[in-house]
Design a protein around this ligand. Structure first.
Ligand code: ZN
Length: 321
């Protein structure tokens, strides 16, 4: 089918003009001192969160009063994540920003410091007492394990931080934030009980969780598993052949039958350990995939925080029991 040439190019020109105007408006809004422009369009509070887990809680607590944008999708490793141009814009336009803190978003720290001067930029881990934080082995005093979401009790604390920050920023909708947070926290308490009860069904001597990187320390502490990871708490640290051989020996000595891979860490590392154990005559199976630093695809059960934790608990129990 052929369209007459003239109107076609006129339409093109028209579209280009609209796009140009829209882009200019966006840029101007972005530069507008960064203050909340009243959330003009939708009237909803604009929330930007780093990880999917945080975005999920912000949506649960914020409900219809917020428009949540998450920066990191399924399978994304937050330790290595660098903000794209689009992300900078989303952060710039937000009324309030939530991030994990404890150096999880290692490459974005400076950006948060800058944003903090212009709008509420909240580390959701901020209320966990330092005495409850795990230290990085060999790390300095200020290096703590950032993977707090696997202790559901700590995630309740994070939910409260999000609730209170939303109320402070948007007091008009305080009742809604309080109600939804209370309902969500009740679900988290249920999840916490579920995790304890399920892990307790694994025979004691088999409660050893071996994964690619050390994301499950809080999970192990809270629910009674010994945890060993090939890589440190940070996927930025490369694993070496010494790590592979010491983990291999650990598997052989403790007769460990299953190890776990992670959605946001390449499989290669853990596979070389399995290969090493096999060469020593010890068969190790992959017990399944755990969600560590990112949730599953949006729209699936594992695409929510609660679904992700349940999946991990069920996968671990099934493989080790
Ligand atoms: Zn991690």
């Amino acid at each position: 089918m052929r369209l007459p040439k003239k109107p076609n190019s006129a339409i093109k020109r028209f579209i280009m003009t609209i796009l140009f105007l829209a882009l200019s408006a966006l840029l101007m809004a972005g530069c507008g001192a960064g203050q909340d422009a009243g959330g003009a369009g939708s009237g909803k509070l604009k929330v930007t969160a780093t990880t999917g887990m945080i975005a999920d809680v912000a949506q649960e607590v914020g409900g219809e009063d917020v428009a949540v944008t998450g920066l990191m999708g399924a399978g994304v490793d937050p330790h290595l994540y660098k903000a794209s141009y689009g992300d900078v814009k989303k952060l710039d336009q937000a009324d309030i920003i939530f991030y994990n803190g404890l150096h999880l978003e290692g490459k974005m720290a400076e950006m948060f410091e800058k944003l903090e001067k212009r709008k509420p930029t909240v580390a959701i881990s901020s209320r966990i007492p330092e005495s409850q934080l795990r230290s990085f082995p060999g790390g300095g005093s200020q290096s703590h394990d950032p993977h707090i979401w696997f202790n559901v009790k700590m995630w309740i604390s994070a939910t409260e931080v999000i609730r209170d920050s939303l109320i402070e920023k948007d007091p008009e909708h305080a009742e809604g934030y309080k109600e939804r947070a209370a309902a969500y926290i009740a679900q988290l308490e249920e999840l916490d009980r579920y995790a304890s009860e399920q892990i307790a069904t694994i025979p004691k001597e088999r409660r050893i969780l071996v994964t690619a990187h050390d994301a499950f320390g809080y999970f192990g502490d809270e629910y009674g598993l010994e945890v060993t990871g090939l890589q440190g708490m940070n996927t930025m640290s490369e694993y070496g052949s010494k790590d592979v051989s010491s983990l291999r020996d650990f598997l052989v000595e403790n007769k460990i039958k299953a190890v776990f891979i992670e959605s946001s860490v390449p499989k290669k590392a853990i596979e070389s350990v399995i290969e090493g154990a096999r060469s020593m005559g010890h068969e190790v199976a992959i017990g399944g995939e755990l969600f560590s630093d990112a949730m599953g695809e949006a729209g699936t059960e594992e695409g929510t925080y609660i679904g992700m934790v349940k999946h991990n608990v069920d996968t671990v129990v099934k493989a080790l029991k």
